[in-house]
Structure formats: structure tokens, C-alpha cells
Design a protein around this ligand. Structure first.
Ligand code: CP
Ligand code: NVA
Length: 308
């Protein structure tokens, strides 16, 4: 049976650990010069209706560097399922390729597509979640901190897709999470639901970023205006003005606290140059590279090993 990678909450802790272990192994093998061939004869289709650098390149490199091919379908500026219905497209594409990665607005569209599609579907970002990002974030934390259980991840800013996926993975893997967000931009009921669906989790939300970072091992932020929210820009910039990750905030955290950002960053808004470019503090480029190692692990676990 095919498996999809759509939501962290669909997986057990052991299944997530398996993907992370495969990513670590494939990364080490790649650094040692080993060329994988498991995707030979297989094709990954990318269905994207939003911009992307990291996710698109990571997926294309994952498929091709393991001997396969990638085909990119650009739906930017036009509805994804206008020319042909979702069920028809999913059934057709599922006969033409071996896996599909989708980046779009509606999370439900990705769920529905996976239901109609005969091959594995990977969520490459929806308005609701960004699960491949969260996997790369945990991989990066482990590389920098060792065991992540009981570590404290502090997310500053918008309760968005990235925050939701972080909450899910923190709950599953026993990482303590604090989200510092202004009123109106918290996860609220979503956090309660994530905790319930994950079967527990040390997840909380506060308003004060200074209070939140006091015991942080990791400080994480994302843009204040996500793709598709451009018409809310003025309102959002005002709401998040006190939530910038800068040197001053970082100094309130324990010594050695590291900084992550999923990128792209709006430098000067949610994060300052001095912090994101401080190589002793910021791990954002290592984090970006790990996107690819996670995508290769997903190719291995969901496409190459399928039916094995
Ligand atoms: N972090 C991330 O998903 O980057 P892209 O939007 O460039 O893919
Ligand atoms: N929250 C951002 C993440 C981009 C990787 C967005 O959805 O635009």
C-alpha cells in the first residue's frame, strides 16, 4: 500500500524516527561520495501553485540525485484544478509518475488529491502545514544539540503553517515548545487539537517573547506575512512589531541558544541581519540544506522502499 507524507500527526514517533534516521544515513553517505540509484526509472511530479526555492530544489535534487527524474508543473497565477477536476488529475498523474509533491493553499486539496492518486503524495506546504520543513528543523537541532528530547524550542511570531508543523513534531518527539505570538495570531484551538491528536505534548503559547526565550535552546521565527496574505501586510506588520528576533531578544536567552528560520527571511522585519548572519548563533543555512536530506529520505522511505 502507498503511504503519503501530508501531516506529521499521521505518523507514530517510531515512523518519524525512521525517516530522520534515513535522512542522517543518506546525508552521511552523500558526504562520503556515495551515489544513490534507488530512484532509477522513477519520476517525481511537482504540483506547485506558490513560489519556492528550498522545497522545489530539494525535491528535484532528491529525485534526480538518486537516479530518478522530476517534472515541475507550474500553477502559479491560475487555479490548480480549473482545467481539469482534482479527481481526474490525481488519477491521471498517479498513472504517469511514481510520486507527487504538492505546494498549494488548501490543505484539503492535498488530502483529496492523495485519496484519488495511486502513488505517494508529499505535502510541500499548504496554508495549514509544512511538515517536510519541521522534519528538517528537528534534524538540524539534533546535529547541533544531540538528543532533542526535553529541549526547549521557542517560536516567535505568527501562528502559521510552520508553527503548526513544529507543534506537531514537538509533541510527537517530546520537544518542549513555546510559541510567543500576539493576540489574534496564536494557534489557540489548533494547539489544543494538535496536543490531543499527538497524544500529549509540552506545548504552550504566551504573548511575551522575552519571557518565552528565558529557557530557550532554540529560537525560531518565520515571516509575518505568508504567501497569500499579502493584502494583510500593514495589519500584520503592526501586530508583530514587538516580535522581532534580534540581538536584544537573543541576549535574554541562555548562553548558546541557537537561531533557526525556515527561510526565506524578510530581513529587518522578523529577524535582523546581525542575528541571521552570526555564524555562532544562526544555523539557517544548515537547516536549508537539511531540507534536501529529508526529501531524499522521503524518496527512499515512500517511493524506493514502497512495497518492499
Ligand atoms: N522554507 C521553504 O519552504 O522555502 P521555499 O518556500 O523557498 O521552498
Ligand atoms: N509561512 C511561510 C513559509 C514559507 C516557507 C509561507 O507560507 O509563506
Amino acid at each position: 500500500m502507498k503511504k503519503d507524507f501530508i501531516n506529521i500527526l499521521d505518523f507514530t514517533r517510531d515512523e518519524l524516527e525512521q525517516i530522520l534516521a534515513t535522512a542522517q544515513e543518506l546525508k552521511a553517505r552523500k558526504k562520503a561520495g556515495v551515489v544513490e540509484t534507488g530512484m532509477a526509472g522513477k519520476t517525481l511530479a511537482l504540483y506547485f501553485s506558490k513560489d519556492s526555492l528550498r522545497t522545489r530544489v530539494s525535491l528535484e535534487v532528491a529525485a534526480t540525485s538518486m537516479g530518478g527524474a522530476a517534472v515541475y508543473l507550474d500553477f502559479k497565477g491560475k487555479p490548480m484544478f480549473e482545467r481539469e477536476s482534482l479527481p481526474d488529475q490525481a488519477r491521471v498523474v498517479g498513472r504517469l509518475v511514481d510520486a507527487v509533491a504538492i505546494r498549494t493553499f488548501s490543505h484539503q486539496d492535498v488530502v483529496d488529491f492523495a485519496r484519488w492518486c495511486a502513488v505517494p503524495v508529499i505535502n510541500a506546504l499548504t496554508d495549514w502545514t509544512h511538515p517536510t520543513q519541521a522534519m528538517a528543523d528537528i534534524l538540524t537541532m539534533r546535529e547541533c544539540l544531540g538528543d532533542t528530547r526535553g529541549r526547549h524550542l521557542v517560536y516567535i511570531g505568527d501562528g502559521n503553517n510552520v508553527a503548526r508543523s513544529l507543534a506537531a513534531i514537538c509533541a510527537k518527539l517530546e520537544v518542549k515548545l513555546t510559541i510567543a505570538a500576539p493576540a489574534g495570531y496564536k494557534l489557540g484551538d489548533d494547539l489544543v487539537r494538535i496536543r490531543r491528536e499527538a497524544g500529549g505534548g509540552d506545548l504552550r503559547e504566551v504573548a511575551d517573547p522575552i519571557e518565552a526565550v528565558k529557557t530557550a535552546d532554540v529560537i525560531y521565527t518565520d515571516v509575518w506575512v505568508s504567501m497569500g496574505q499579502e493584502n494583510e501586510e500593514d495589519k500584520r506588520l503592526a501586530a508583530f512589531a514587538a516580535y522581532q528576533v534580534n540581538r536584544d531578544l537573543w541576549r535574554r536567552a541562555p548562553d548558546g541558544a541557537m537561531v533557526l528560520h525556515c527561510l526565506p527571511a524578510e530581513r529587518g522585519r522578523e529577524i535582523t541581519d546581525e542575528i541571521i548572519d552570526d555564524e555562532n548563533v544562526s544555523r539557517v543555512f544548515q537547516q536549508a540544506e537539511n531540507r534536501m536530506h529529508i526529501m531524499r529520505a522521503l524518496m527512499q522511505e515512500f517511493v524506493v522502499n514502497r512495497g518492499k
